[in-house]
Design a protein around this ligand. Structure first.
Ligand code: WQD
Length: 341
């Protein structure tokens, strides 16, 4: 079966995607610099699939190391590129670090892909590229708005770089997957989200509050024009998201793509408010959550949820797991991680 490189393969979405790639029979090579992940994740992946992926610790900012990697693995048929910094708030404080890490490394990888006879490239993009969309649900043809953060800008620029590269490199076929809000953990409780430090995202903050690691959850604003005043997002189970990557890769490897560069939204198509997410957590965990309403968080959009028709019709992929499934798996994972400490 084809050899697939997964950069950032020890991260949250990366590790879940490696599991699904191995389940599909692919040979997986992981590159990760361990800046936002742990080598222990390899054990979790192996515990699930029974196969240890090849792992190479490598900083993609080191051009020479990237060249050497591809010289050694010139039989790579597909690349799924997760490796990037992804904290919106941090990107505002450290823009150059974000442009170097998210754009510089993408360029190094694409330069190596140009040398291969034929390669499929899946890019980890984000619904952040849409900003506050004018219409909901959001389709792939919604206009890309001025980015609200350097992080979001690196995703927009990354997509443009890939599009322009594919135009002059017919040997590269690419798909950008625009994720909505990935949450949850694998049902085996062997892998899950491992935020370093204080979580920026809602769901890990909920589970860390419930387990007693955080004092109280702050809900950022209750005066938005939504059903209950709190922001609405499209929370997609990370396992559904991982499976979508395998489907998208298969589309390219089998030459079923309609163009050399395509984009797909990956969401459930349903929006959930912050308070609805809290209620789901309390229902599946039986825990009462300690939270308070505070001021709005700068940069938050009011609502974002996906129009999933293109992914359903063209990829033949649809999310299967529910918000409750995701919250239940996230809680089980949190309990396991804390029990191991
Ligand atoms: C969700 C909702 C918050 C924390 C970001 C990135 C996106 C992707 C996912 C990387 C918002 C509210 C949150 C808290 C809260 N990241 N919230 N209290 O901002 O939609 O998306 O993470 O790819 O690109 O933009 O996700 O989980 O931070 O926030 O009330 O402690 O939860 O205001 O409405 P977001 P989030």
């Amino acid at each position: 079966m084809d050899k697939i490189l997964v950069t950032g393969g020890l991260g949250f979405i990366g590790s879940h995607t490696v599991v699904e790639l191995q389940n599909e029979g692919y040979e997986v090579v992981i590159i990760d610099d361990l800046s936002n992940s742990s080598e222990k994740v390899l054990d979790g992946i192996t515990a699930i699939t029974g196969k240890a992926p090849i792992f190479e610790k490598l900083d993609l900012k080191e051009k020479g190391k990237v060249e050497a990697f591809f010289a050694k693995h010139s039989d790579v048929k597909g690349v799924i590129h997760f490796a990037a910094s992804k904290a919106v708030g941090e990107s505002v404080k450290e823009p150059l670090m974000y442009y170097e890490n998210n754009i510089g490394t993408l360029i190094y990888i694409l330069k190596e892909l140009k040398k291969l006879p034929s390669v499929s490239f899946i890019f980890s993009s984000s619904c952040t590229v849409y900003g506050q969309a004018d219409e909901l649900p959001i389709t792939e043809s919604a206009p890309v708005k001025i980015a609200e953060s350097p992080y979001g800008n690196t995703k927009q620029i990354g997509e443009e770089i890939i599009k322009d590269t594919c135009k002059i490199s017919p040997n590269i076929k690419a798909i950008a997957l625009r994720y909505f809000n990935p949450i949850g953990a694998h049902e085996s409780v062997e892998i899950g989200e491992l935020p370093i430090g204080v979580p920026q995202n809602l769901v890990p903050f909920i589970t860390q509050t419930a387990i007693g690691l955080r004092e109280q959850l702050s809900v950022f604003g209750e005066d938005y024009p939504t059903s209950d005043g709190t922001c609405v997002r499209d929370y997609i189970h990370v396992v559904d998201l991982a499976k979508a990557h395998v489907v998208a890769l298969g589309r390219l490897l089998k030459n079923n793509n309609k163009a050399n560069y395509e984009t797909f939204n990956l969401g459930t198509g349903t929006g959930s408010s912050v308070l609805e997410v809290l209620k789901s957590f309390e229902k599946v965990s039986g825990q009462k959550l300690n939270y308070k309403i505070v001021d709005r968080r700068e940069g938050d959009v009011v609502a974002a949820y996906a129009d999933t028709n293109k992914a359903n019709d063209e990829l033949g992929w649809k999310s299967q797991l529910t918000l409750d499934d995701a919250m239940s798996s996230a809680w089980k994972w949190e309990q396991k991680v804390r029990a191991l400490e």
